[in-house]
Design a protein around this ligand. Structure first.
Ligand code: NCD
Length: 303
């Protein structure tokens, strides 16, 4: 039985195959409509979500399966003090596969120890978010035709943003990618993630200015400042609007720049950018469903 806790639980070949299946699902939806008939997915969300939870549910429904679950810790026995392990042990006797989001780092790893069915980490605290990364990779592949030889800028809250941690971990296994980490000093990429690059002698720079660095980028991955992770509200208030991508800032960007954002956005991208052909964040939303369909099929050993 396979889980997806970290993106490294999948080999590069497996990721590439999942993207191919995701692309095929996008083109031939009817072919997949009954593949999960009689199967059930539980979405256990101890933390808020729109896209991740609903795309998982929509994915399973579009495969002909069913879904059940909860969307807040308050509505589960966690509110009575139940442990993650006991919740997972229970739910895994009802369903065939589980997607779980939890505010605690390492929660998905704990879940993996007590489950009887595949567990997918749909985000654990500030740590990792591997299915967002699959979504990001599918969208980069679609926009650039490749997953190698480009310069990617990641901008915003690199400290608490779990999507960028998983994305670096994934891209570090592809060829010739340069990284520009754009953040205020307080929100720099954690050492633990930088070490993944250092160990492989992969180049990266850490900078503060988006304007000075945007001309070099092939991909710009914007992120939200993660309000809920701050201990000091004043620090959040001070940092929340440090980067706002608008038309002015895009003036010196490449004509074929790809702009990504895992969403939700707060203020990081001005709405005036949404109709720019370089804005790919709503494509990510759509791809997120197809790649999750592919992942469910893989973990249930249907493909
Ligand atoms: C992200 C998350 O939950 O980490 N959202 C998502 O899953 N698309 C990003 C965020 O909340 O900022």
């Amino acid at each position: 039985m396979r889980n997806l806790i970290d993106i490294t639980d999948l080999s590069v070949d497996e990721i590439n195959d999942l993207i191919k299946v995701g692309e095929d699902i996008k083109k031939n939806k009817a072919k997949y409509a009954e593949k999960c008939k009689g199967k059930q997915l539980a979405t256990l969300f101890f933390e808020p979500s729109t896209r991740t939870r609903l795309s998982f549910e929509s994915a399973m429904l579009s495969l002909g399966g069913n879904t059940l679950g909860f969307s807040s810790a308050q509505s589960s026995s966690t509110a009575k003090g139940e442990s993650i392990a006991d919740t997972i042990r229970t739910v895994s006797s009802y369903v065939n596969i589980i997607a779980m989001r939890h505010p605690q780092e390492g929660a998905a790893t704990i879940a993996a120890t007590s489950t009887k069915v595949p567990v997918i980490n749909a985000g654990d605290g500030t740590n990792r978010h591997p299915t967002q990364t699959l979504t990001d990779l599918m969208t980069i592949k679609e926009a650039k035709g490749k997953l190698s030889n480009f310069c990617i800028g990641m901008c915003g809250d690199l400290k608490y943003g779990r999507t960028v941690h998983s994305l670096v971990e994934a891209l570090s296994r592809y060829e010739n990618i340069k990284y520009v980490f754009i953040s205020p000093k307080e929100l720099k990429m954690p050492e633990e993630v930088l070490n993944i690059l250092k160990q492989k002698n992969i180049e990266y720079t850490e900078v503060e200015s988006i304007e000075e660095n945007i001309p070099n980028l092939d991909i710009l991955y914007m992120t939200r400042v993660q309000k809920e992770r701050f201990k000091d509200e004043k620090q959040y208030e001070r940092l929340k609007d440090v980067y706002i991508l608008d038309k002015e800032k895009l003036k010196n960007a490449k004509k074929d720049l790809v702009i990504l954002h895992p969403l939700p956005r707060v203020n990081e991208i001005a709405e005036e950018i949404d109709n720019d052909p370089r804005a790919c964040y709503f494509k990510q939303v759509e791809n997120g469903k197809y790649i999750r369909m592919a992942l469910i099929l893989k973990l249930l050993q249907i493909i």
